[in-house]
Design a protein around this ligand. Structure first.
Ligand code: PAN
Ligand code: ZN
Length: 193
């Protein structure tokens, strides 16, 4: 993320509920399979797909609202539908570096799960549909899974100073993965743990 412009004046952006895109945004990041290849449990399938291309799994638009005394940020994530093997597309997932930093996620469109887990192993999977708003307390890793046929998009609000720590999730994943069984999304224990 580039340094955010400082403004002590109120700023509004305009969100399009049909597309999940707001204007103006200041930064756009694509997350391709190669950026999150360690996250999916079926590593053979990951290698096969990457040998033919590098699909975009999700994208994030950011607007950091940096003032001289605060650092609230807006992020809108759009997860494209699809699976890697039988595991649904999902975000990488992370802990916040700072131990006092929560976050609010607001599901606008699509269906899936918000997975959350502490370092002590307490695990929660919140079923998600449009309108579900979840408060993620400090020290809970968070990942969103898109189990639907449409793009899932959600709004996130957090402080820039929270920081993102991807290491633990990259090494261990979450306690459960979300996979398709007989046409349905089900949770099962992470086979890599
Ligand atoms: C969100 C996430 C965003 C992408 O803005 O950063 O949804 O997910 P990953 O960062 O796990 O790839 C957020 O939680 N910010 O703190
Ligand atoms: Zn976060």
């Amino acid at each position: 993320m580039q340094a955010a412009p400082v403004s002590d004046l109120p700023i509004s952006v305009q969100f399009d509920f049909a597309t999940g895109i707001f204007e103006p945004w200041l930064e756009l990041q694509d997350r391709r399979l190669s950026n999150l290849k360690e996250m999916f449990y079926d590593q053979e399938r990951v290698r096969n797909i990457l040998s033919e291309g590098d699909p975009v799994i999700y994208e994030i638009r950011y607007h950091p609202f940096q003032t001289s005394t605060s650092d609230m940020s807006l992020g809108v994530t759009r997860i494209y539908p699809g699976k890697i093997g039988d595991e649904y597309h999902m975000t990488k997932g992370h802990f916040h570096e700072r131990l006092d930093q929560p976050e609010i996620y607001f599901c606008i469109h699509g269906e899936g799960y918000l997975l959350m887990e502490t370092r002590e192993g307490d695990f929660r999977a919140a079923p998600w549909k449009p309108g579900t708003i979840t408060h993620i307390p400090p020290m809970w890793a968070h990942r969103v899974v898109n189990t639907g046929k449409d793009t899932l998009f959600f709004v996130a609000s957090y402080h820039l100073a929270a920081g993102h720590d991807y290491d633990a999730v990259t090494r261990r994943g979450f306690a459960q993965v979300v996979v398709e069984r007989e046409g349905k999304a089900v949770l099962m224990p992470n086979p890599r743990r």
